[in-house]
Design a protein around this ligand. Structure first.
Ligand code: CAA
Length: 284
């Protein structure tokens, strides 16, 4: 099993920044890239504010927070990724974008590097097929928010080597996470089960069975979840929820996975949840 010393993270959004923070907190060097320098600066602010919350809570010393932040370097060019041992790709859930990034990284990285994707539902098999190293491609699915959530779901494609699985499992554990393993099927395990619940909550809302509050409080207190399903959907992003439902519907071909028309309508309206200021609820 290879010793990981330097990790690249592609994409500086909520997930990419959270992953970069975890890697840096585990005493590893991180190179975080994004095509957009404004997004990179925002990503660094996300990391700084998350670390500040731990300092305020008393679970992290200020010097540790400063050292963690200093271990994160940024770049707008993938060309600088050549020497990293593992790249974790965390760009938006767009298969053609991910495939082109994987193909480019495959050309740039040293042969021993591992290409991991944080995708929440896109086929690892197809991402691997866009490279000449399918045996070194794997899914490393973090939950949102990465600094707080305990799980990393590792997804093996049919070609993923045992040694690569071992290295990534070891890395996830070094980040303090518990690992589960899923075969490469639409939605993997977590979203295969979570998203139909969220989609059903939209059907319940659309059919007027209850108000958003009734649905959320009912599920939160009735089934002991930290957030009700509609609040969680706003937190994840309604556009992301819809794209995962589309992957489940298309990939599994069963009408029970059809996205709720109300979810589609909200996304069409630009109501993408917390990040856009409006989803099922308003955040202004
Ligand atoms: N970094 C550091 N600390 C953070 C933080 C962050 N990013 N976000 C929140 N916190 C801290 C807060 O400062 C707060 O600390 P104190 O207890 O000291 O006050 C604590 O965490 C709790 O935060 P909040 O009071 O803001 O809110 P909360 O109690 O509701 O907890 C939560 C927030 C951890 C997100 C919790 O609501 C939760 O677990 N929600 C469910 C999240 C979930 O299910 N995520 C998975 C989504 S599915 C997924 O990600 C897969 C996919 O592919 C779509």
């Amino acid at each position: 099993m290879a010793q990981v010393k330097m990790v690249g993270v592609v994409g500086a959004g909520q997930m990419g920044a959270g992953i970069a923070q975890l890697v840096a907190a585990a005493n590893l060097q991180v190179l975080m890239s994004d095509v957009d320098s404004v997004a990179l600066a925002r990503g660094m602010r996300t990391i700084a504010s998350s670390l500040a919350r731990f300092v305020k809570k008393g679970t992290l010393a200020q010097e540790e927070a400063d050292a963690t932040l200093a271990r994160v370097k940024t770049t707008t060019s993938l060309l600088e990724m050549g020497n990293v041992d593992v790249v974790i790709e965390a760009v938006s859930e767009n298969e053609s974008l991910k495939r082109s990034i994987f193909a480019e990284l495959d050309r740039l990285l040293k042969p021993s590097s591992i290409l991991a994707s944080n995708t929440s539902s896109i086929s690892i098999t197809r991402l691997a097929a866009s490279t000449n190293r399918p045996q070194r491609v794997i899914g490393m699915h973090f939950m949102n928010p990465p600094p707080l959530m305990q799980l990393v779901e590792i997804v093996r494609g049919p070609a993923t080597a045992d040694e690569v699985f071992g290295t990534i499992k070891n890395l996830a554990e070094r980040l303090g996470k518990t690992v589960t393993c899923s075969r490469d099927f639409p939605g993997f395990i977590v979203n295969r089960i979570l998203m139909p619940m969220i989609n059903e909550a939209f059907y319940a809302l659309m059919e007027g069975i209850g108000s958003p509050q009734d649905i959320d409080v009912g599920m939160k207190l009735g089934t002991n979840q930290p957030m009700g399903p509609l609040t969680l959907a706003d937190f994840i992003g309604l556009d992301t929820c819809l794209s995962i439902m589309n992957v489940l519907h298309k990939g599994l071909g069963d009408s029970k996975y059809r996205p709720c028309p109300l979810l589609i309508q909200y996304v069409d309206a630009g109501w993408h949840g917390r990040k856009s200021g409006r989803g099922v609820y308003s955040y202004n």
